[in-house]
Design a protein around this ligand. Sequence first.
Ligand SMILES: [Fe+2]
Ligand SMILES: [Fe+2]
Length: 258
Amino acid sequence: MRIAHISDIHANYGSDFNNTTFEKAVKLLNGFEADLIFISGDLTTDGLLREYEFASERLAMIKGKKAIVPGNHDEKNLGYKLFPEFFGNTDFIRYDGNLTMIGLATSEPDKADGRLGRNRHRLITRGIEKKKDLTIIGFHHHLVPIPNSGREHNIIEDAGETLDIILRNNVPLVLMGHRHVPYAVKIHNTLLVNAGTFSCNRTRAHFGNTFNIIDFKNNTIIVTVIDVEKGKQEKMVKYNPLDGCYINRYYTEKKRID
Ligand SMILES: [Fe+2]
Ligand SMILES: [Fe+2]
């Protein structure tokens, strides 16, 4: 199985959105033929109706099944009322074969901060209890500090409680966005993965526009970062939740990931 993890599209008529990059990224993305495309929020910049229309029209270029959660930008200016009209429920549990995908809105209207709260914690628990072979949780804000993204702010307010539920239940994979840089780290038995920005001009230093391809092969999760501009692929993490074997090129740079 293959999941594409994309984030922070920022469809906008101002300076945020780069259409040339978007089209290049979509071409690369469609070539991977992912079974599911998870979009971790910030599809728009100001949550405006014409941005939602633009995002929806642009997203139609992406082939395949999509699961989408809102980001803080999507909830601005009453955008939280538009999100369900265009992209469906902001919080959901989807069962697909052996996969349970739990999508959650961490954002709140007109605030940059993220939080989940007790109701969404209960939704996580409900999804986990189904005990499918693979449970993936996805939301917009980051649950742990992300390096190379500037001074820390907007981490999920109830990150402690959220992380505790996730770690206690050995959820193998959590997908996040918001910080516009790719990253991954394993804590206990959980791999926490951040996607960079797909098509926003607000990139960080040399990170550029990226998205993640996540492959599940022989009980192993392999996360590959795709650099849109260079068309380059770099395997970032390999993790086997069964035997705990974990290679992360961020921290073990000399190791190859085949
Ligand atoms: Fe963003
Ligand atoms: Fe964001």
